[in-house]
Ligand binder design. Structure first.
Ligand SMILES: NC(=O)c1ccc[n+]([C@@H]2O[C@H](COP(=O)([O-])OP(=O)(O)OC[C@H]3O[C@@H](n4cnc5c(N)ncnc54)[C@H](OP(=O)(O)O)[C@@H]3O)[C@@H](O)[C@H]2O)c1
Length: 262
């Protein structure tokens, strides 16, 4: 990809686009694609998606925006997003960009020893791991490899994929599993550009949850200090770093890249 020209005519799919990092990503990327590009935005909150669509149609009217109110923990909702991908894909696009951004923190108010309910753990992993795998597989089948098409798959990861944090067992486990999944994908599909991007500590709802309900007092105060000392990143700053990495393309497919490393 070329650092100056942007992503060309692209089909961009963003999960978890209703707020936080996903929303900022949608706003930024809409200005970096050519006329005729399509953005597919998925999340559960239909009203927030519609507000974003209105915003985008004002500022990026050359781009078609499709919103799908979907709970990606549900198989039938994953199918509905894939149907939208099928119906909107065009033969003339030169880039497919899939951002697996939707995720949840899980219950951080307890420790490993407290998770005795298999169904609860399964439900977390089903949304944060299985759903991302099956959705990505569905998109790859729907938009197969062809000459002239660059397919980029981004996993929005975390430092938690590689470093344990007390009382965050679900989150750390999910991020680690998800990252390995994308590493395997990169091994298998040589034509893909796969990236796991850890966006740094962001000033979003997820951080608010982390600093208020984490069971571990050390983690709670670390998160609180980041907030109080103004060290949380805005989503826009982190999105810009990701855009730069993707446009320059200087990463090994399957790599984990952290905001602070690039
Ligand atoms: N915040 C941080 O400091 C931080 C640090 C490292 C990594 N990350 C990662 O960055 C990504 C974005 O985080 P964020 O801070 O922006 O989180 P956030 O503010 O909690 O937003 C999460 C997004 O995911 C969507 N989502 C949640 N559950 C969903 C479901 N069942 N189906 C479909 N969409 C769902 C939410 O939309 P709806 O509620 O409308 O469904 C929302 O758009 C996540 O993968 C997170 O793990 C965040």
């Amino acid at each position: 990809m070329n650092a100056v020209k942007g992503f060309g005519k692209a089909l961009v799919i963003i999960t978890g686009a209703s707020r936080g990092f996903g929303r900022a990503l949608a706003l930024e990327i809409a200005g970096r694609v050519d006329a005729g590009s399509v953005l597919i935005l998925a999340a559960r909150s239909e009203d927030r998606l519609q507000e974003l669509q209105t915003h985008l149609s004002r500022d990026a009217s050359q781009v078609t925006v499709r919103c799908v109110a979907a709970d990606l923990a549900r198989k039938e909702d994953i199918e509905r997003v894939l149907t939208e991908v099928k119906e909107t894909q065009r033969a003339d696009i030169d880039h497919l960009l899939l951002f697996n951004n939707a995720g949840s923190l899980g219950d951080v108010s307890r420790y490993c020893r407290d998770f005795t309910d298999v169904d609860e753990v399964d439900s977390f992993l089903s949304f944060n791991v299985s759903s991302a795998l099956c959705f990505t597989a569905g998109v790859l089948n729907t938009v197969p490899r062809r000459a002239g098409l660059t397919r980029v798959i981004v996993n929005i990861s975390s430092l938690c994929a590689i470093k344990p944090f007390a009382s965050w067992v679900l989150y750390c486990t999910g991020k680690a599993a998800r990252e390995m999944m994308f590493r395997v994908l990169a091994e298998e599909e040589a034509d893909l550009r796969v990236l796991s991007y850890a966006p740094g500590p962001l000033d979003t709802d997820m951080q608010l949850q982390a600093r208020t309900i984490s069971a571990d007092s050390g983690i709670r105060s670390e998160c609180n200090n980041l907030h109080v000392q103004g060290q949380l990143l805005t989503c826009e700053v982190s999105v810009n770093k990701l855009m730069k990495v993707l446009l320059e393309g200087n990463f090994t497919s399957g790599a984990h890249l952290d905001f602070y490393d690039v």
